[in-house]
Write a protein that binds this ligand. Structure first.
Ligand SMILES: NC(=O)c1ccc[n+]([C@@H]2O[C@H](COP(=O)([O-])OP(=O)(O)OC[C@H]3O[C@@H](n4cnc5c(N)ncnc54)[C@H](O)[C@@H]3O)[C@@H](O)[C@H]2O)c1
Ligand SMILES: *[C@@H]1O[C@H](CO)[C@@H](O)[C@H](O)[C@H]1NC(C)=O
Length: 353
């Protein structure tokens, strides 16, 4: 218990911005950034509250934040594609070695990958931060810093919908309307889904889902998973060939299996308890493919292109903004489940989106 309390204090200390660290010096192939906007993710709140996620345990003080954008202020040797003044979105996962996963283009699976705000790697919720230049992507003038920061959650949606095989005319069931469920709604529609139906417990989150393009919503109360599945079917007029599960809740994974059409795909984006009971024989005999999702890979350039072309609008996801000094208040807002995306503004001279 004592150890947990200490961990909590460390995180709190950093959250309160009481800790000053030296401005880092960019090494070869790195850039130093003045941070602008950093979104808070459920995992940041989880590390703050519990000091661990699965096998990742906070043992030393940890800087949180991994949904971020900023401005290049200094470049290290060998950096040619960026220069001071460039506005960039940061991809938080940087592989440390060219292992078999990297060679396959699936670098998110590399076990030694650096990842912002996953212990022991520090995140970028701070004023100055250095990062691999190859994982900083230039933002065009017509893409805001906040949109740049939102490329991170958007990437989870792109990766999930790619693995699900969403295509022209797909009928898609998105389970959960938190930030991750919502980006999946956006991406599924963009990839050509004909109809998207979303479930959640929260009426306000479902309202937001409608606002951003969901065709149907279902407010779940105390239905059984089978009942949820048949509501999905009756709204769509048929069973969806794709389900994107974004809650991690056991009952929702069960509903996801029952709801998916035979031969279809269920992707598990939500991460909940380590062990869950699911109707696996139902999935097996109906050839419902169950796929996992771990973050993303190869998504930043296309996400930025879509934002620049105005083909996708992530702006409605931002519901709260706080200056970095009020990080604690910001984290408490996310913890209470208020709104959708809380943004921290790290540049005291520019609080614009
Ligand atoms: N696989 C990955 O790489 C990856 C990446 C990012 C997030 N995640 C996971 O995705 C999940 C969603 O993230 P988020 O930030 O949107 O979280 P969130 O907690 O904001 O959203 C979850 C939503 O699920 C809803 N919900 C809970 N129980 C429900 C039920 N019985 N029926 C319907 N809806 C229900 C909640 O009301 C909430 O709106 C989390 O489990 C997170 O850990 C996974
Ligand atoms: C946004 O900027 C990019 C790059 O400068 C440009 O190609 C694109 O046409 C612009 N989009 C809109 C909608 O103005």
């Amino acid at each position: 218990m004592k150890v947990c309390w200490l961990r909590f204090c460390w995180l709190l200390l950093i959250l309160c911005c009481k800790e000053n660290r030296p401005i880092p010096e960019p090494g070869p192939n790195e850039v130093l950034l003045r941070m602008h906007s950093v979104g808070i993710c459920g995992s940041d709140v989880h590390y703050w509250q519990h000091g661990r996620i699965g096998d990742f345990v906070v043992k030393d003080p940890l800087v949180l934040g991994h949904e971020a954008s900023g401005t290049v202020i200094k470049v290290g040797s060998g950096v040619t594609h960026l220069q001071p003044g460039d506005r960039v979105a940061i991809e938080p996962g940087v592989p440390r070695e060219i292992d078999e996963f990297c060679k396959l283009g699936r670098y998110n699976l590399s076990p030694t990958i650096f990842f912002c705000a996953t212990p022991p790697d520090d995140g970028n919720l701070c004023r100055y931060y250095k990062h691999s230049a190859s994982f900083c992507y230039k933002l065009p003038d017509n893409v805001t810093f906040e949109e740049g920061a939102l490329v991170e959650p958007l990437s989870v949606g792109i990766h999930a919908c790619r693995r699900a095989g969403v295509t022209l005319g797909s009928k898609v069931f998105v389970s959960g309307a938190g930030p991750i469920g919502l980006v999946n709604v956006l991406v599924a529609k963009m990839m050509g889904a004909a109809v998207v139906v979303v479930t959640d417990l929260s009426a306000s989150r479902l309202q937001k889902a409608k606002e951003i393009g969901a065709d149907f919503t279902i407010q779940v109360k105390n239905e059984t998973p089978q009942e949820v599945a048949s509501k999905v079917e009756s709204l769509l007029g048929c069973m969806p060939e794709i389900t994107v599960e974004c809650t991690g809740v056991q009952a929702c994974i069960q509903a996801g299996i029952y709801a998916t059409r035979s031969g279809g795909t269920l992707v598990l984006v939500g991460l909940g308890p380590e062990m869950v009971t699911v109707p696996i024989v139902n999935a097996a005999v109906r050839e419902v493919d169950i796929k996992g999702i771990f973050r993303y890979c190869n998504t930043w350039p296309m996400a930025i292109a879509l934002l620049a072309s105005k083909r996708i609008n992530v702006k409605p996801l931002v519901t709260h903004r706080f200056p970095l000094e009020k990080a604690l208040e910001a984290f408490e807002t996310t913890k209470r489940g208020e709104g959708i995306k809380v943004m921290l503004k790290c540049d005291p001279t520019d609080h614009n989106p």
